[in-house]
Design a protein around this ligand. Structure first.
Ligand SMILES: NC(=O)c1ccc[n+]([C@@H]2O[C@H](COP(=O)([O-])OP(=O)(O)OC[C@H]3O[C@@H](n4cnc5c(N)ncnc54)[C@H](OP(=O)(O)O)[C@@H]3O)[C@@H](O)[C@H]2O)c1
Length: 259
């Protein structure tokens, strides 16, 4: 299926490894030009090389998605290189703090929101005027099944991901008439080298890992990044023209609250 986005321009945040890297690779496979960011330059440059090898034009920008000035610089770099931004993939996110409310400081709660929500909203705000003018845009926010039901590492993570899903719905309704479609995806536990589940597997006993899989993962294995990247590319595409405000689980049946 041709997704109809050859020549479009995408920003993918946190694209040097894991789900962001895979989203960028899937978009590269569709002929999309890419502006990718991360804080660590070395890994980011490696990913940029991979994306170029896949045929994409790529600009790699060292940027922290929780810093407003960095997001402005990232967006400006995209416009300088490619003239416009058609697709925004807000992938940066993660945990902050360590458990429940009493174990979590205000600073950790604020950090969770900066990391998972506020940076994403700032980047979308930068992209809206151009998308609106051209009457075409796609935004995909990477949430989590633990923004939809109980689970995940911390109260900050769960609450912030839920807020990201809520913001996605709000933005979708704000922007649908302008041809800007805003959606989110909710992955389950996805394993890749250097990721949090890789660390879990490395640091737990084989028995504990197997017990986790048996209890939580109906497919009998962790998820893997490729289907997530492909879902992001689809939601970023012309073909997804009727999808707005959705949050799509991609978890091999791991979540329980929706059927
Ligand atoms: N993996 C899973 O099982 C899973 C499940 C559900 C949801 N998710 C969500 O999916 C997204 C990606 O997760 P992942 O597991 O692929 O994450 P990851 O392994 O932590 O990778 C995150 C990527 O983002 C970059 N990054 C981290 N903080 C950043 C910041 N402040 N500014 C710019 N770049 C930053 C990292 O590079 P640098 O460190 O060099 O900056 C890296 O390229 C997150 O929103 C996460 O919550 C993941």
């Amino acid at each position: 299926m041709d997704l109809g986005i050859t020549g479009r321009v995408a920003i993918v945040t946190g694209a040097s490894r894991g789900l962001g890297r895979q989203a960028a690779l899937s978009l590269a496979g569709e002929g999309v030009s890419l502006v990718v960011c991360a804080r660590g330059v070395e890994r980011l440059e490696e990913t940029a090389l991979e994306l170029r090898a896949a045929g994409a034009e790529v600009v790699a920008v060292e940027a922290d998605a929780t810093v407003t000035a960095d997001l402005e610089r990232l967006f400006a770099a995209a416009v300088a290189a490619f003239g416009q931004v058609d697709i925004v993939v807000n992938n940066v996110g993660g945990r902050s703090g360590n458990g429940g409310l009493e174990a979590t400081s205000d600073a950790e709660l604020e950090r969770a929101f900066d990391l998972n929500v506020i940076g994403a909203l700032r980047l979308i705000r930068l992209a809206i005027p151009g998308m609106r003018e051209r009457r075409w845009g796609r935004v995909v926010n990477i949430a989590s099944i633990f923004g939809r039901e109980h689970g995940g590492p911390t109260i900050g993570y769960m609450t912030a991901k839920a807020a990201l899903i809520a913001a996605t719905k709000h933005l979708a309704l704000e922007l649908a008439r302008d041809g800007i479609l805003v959606n989110s995806v909710a992955p389950g536990s996805i394993l890749f080298p250097g990721g949090s589940w890789d660390r879990f597997v490395m640091t737990q006993t084989p028995e504990a890992v197997e017990a986790f899989i048996q209890t939580n993962l109906p497919m009998g294995r962790f998820g893997w990044p490729e289907p997530v990247g492909d879902l992001v590319a689809y939601l970023s595409s012309e073909r997804a023209g009727l999808i707005a405000g959705a949050c799509i689980n991609i978890d091999g049946g791991q979540s329980h609250s929706l059927f």
